[in-house]
Design a protein around this ligand. Sequence first.
Ligand code: ZN
Length: 275
Amino acid sequence: MLVNAKEMLCKARREHYAVPSTNFVDWLTAETYVNCAEKKNLPLILSFAESHIPYLSLEEASEMGRYFANRASVPVVLHLDHGTNQDIIFRAMDLGFTSVMIDASQKTFEENVAKTKAIVEEAHTRGVTVEAELGHVGSNDIGEAKEITDSIYTEAKDVVAFVEQTQVDSLAISIGTSHGLYHGEPHIHIERLKEIAEVTDIPLVLHGGSSSGYDNLEQCALNGIAKINIYTDFVVAAKKALNEGGFADYFDGKDKVRAAVEAVLAKYYDVFHTA
Ligand SMILES: [Zn+2]
């Protein structure tokens, strides 16, 4: 069933587990993620990144996302990932997205508050939940994020003021991950996460989860992160399945990609203790 992210993420935060947020880019990826969630009987955040609009329009993403979410027996959120443009975020709400992210993390604190607040005020009249980002999760390559940038870690003291001023529903924080492929496993600042989790009950979000290390991600899920974004690991697994496994024809290739993507998500469900 199609739901917003409010209950799903508050429960995850309370019960110390995380829900995977998986970026779909076409019919096959959306279908595979939702099928995996159904097999596991677990919730899912089906995400579509604003930066993927050149490959799939917002209208197409909305049709696909709502189709799979509505027919699922488990709760599925249709989420706009890394919304940077207010018009696109409002259009996503018009099209039935149940959750949106406003990413103004590269702006000043005051600008980030103002932009986030404007989205929250509109979204909450429609029952749509909002994620913002404080600090900045940088990017190693260009995938779901818009450009290559450095990470700037989130300060615990800023979190309280930001949440109070914006009334946002969940907050992405920067504690050492980056978007895209790493050169070696990143160092995750679990102590910073604990400091932040201590001062706020809001569900916290980790971007750039791919290849951050199972132990690191498990520690994040147990210590206040309620949503972990995964994208790069799926496309890397799909490419590997095609390159190394070989495939007989188009349909066989699609089956191999499905199996590879599903195995990645099934593993992350276990690592995140999703319930
Ligand atoms: Zn991200």
